[in-house]
Design a protein around this ligand. Structure first.
Ligand SMILES: N[C@@H](CCC(=O)N[C@@H](CS)C(=O)NCC(=O)O)C(=O)O
Length: 164
């Protein structure tokens, strides 16, 4: 759910009508084989499926004006996108750990060292644009999709961790 959230934000901001299909674990077992890579999210446009969240962000970003046209600005968006995605392996380990005591230990260890380091890198990147007063890339009139990721997907994940 979380990975698709920036896409919902872009559609909402652009005033695009879309169908928001969220599937239960049982439904997922039935439809997994019908998704090209066996993963979610998938964006379906005109009967064609597009997997991989970052590819979806860039596609929707390009079509609806949330991805810059300038190559240097695109690269800045991509740097932040890759930095955000570096949280994924550790977050994945936490989410798949079924032993609650081990899960708590993992969260404690990662929250003490790795996550603060990763957040400090993101903070540095944020400070590079307008002293961190607005967005990672661009200005208020042309917010890039990565700000949607940073402000929707990341907090959503970390709120889940607090609830665990
Ligand atoms: N690199 C992929 C990763 C997608 C991914 O791992 N999706 C998870 C849900 S967050 C998934 O589909 N898990 C179910 C499964 O693998 O059966 C992306 O960014 O879209």
């Amino acid at each position: 759910m979380a990975r698709a959230e920036p896409v919902r934000y872009m559609f909402e901001l652009a005033g695009v009508e879309y169908e928001d299909n969220r599937v239960s674990q049982d439904q997922w077992k039935e439809i997994k084989a019908t998704t090209g890579l066996g993963q979610l999210p998938v964006l379906e446009v005109d009967g064609k499926q597009l997997p991989q969240s970052a590819a979806i962000y860039r596609y929707v970003g390009r079509v609806h004006g949330f991805y810059p046209s300038d190559a240097c600005e695109c690269a800045k968006v991509d740097v932040v996108t890759e930095t955000v995605s570096e949280f994924d392996p550790d977050l994945g380990k936490i989410f798949i750990e079924s032993d609650q005591a081990k899960k708590a230990d993992l969260i404690k260890t990662l929250s003490a060292e790795k996550f603060p380091k990763r957040f400090s890198i993101l903070e540095k990147l944020l400070l590079k644009n307008n002293e961190g007063k607005q967005w990672f890339v661009g200005d208020k009139s042309k917010v890039a999709f990565i700000d949607g990721c940073a402000f929707t997907y990341m907090p959503e994940y970390f709120t889940l961790l607090i609830e665990i």
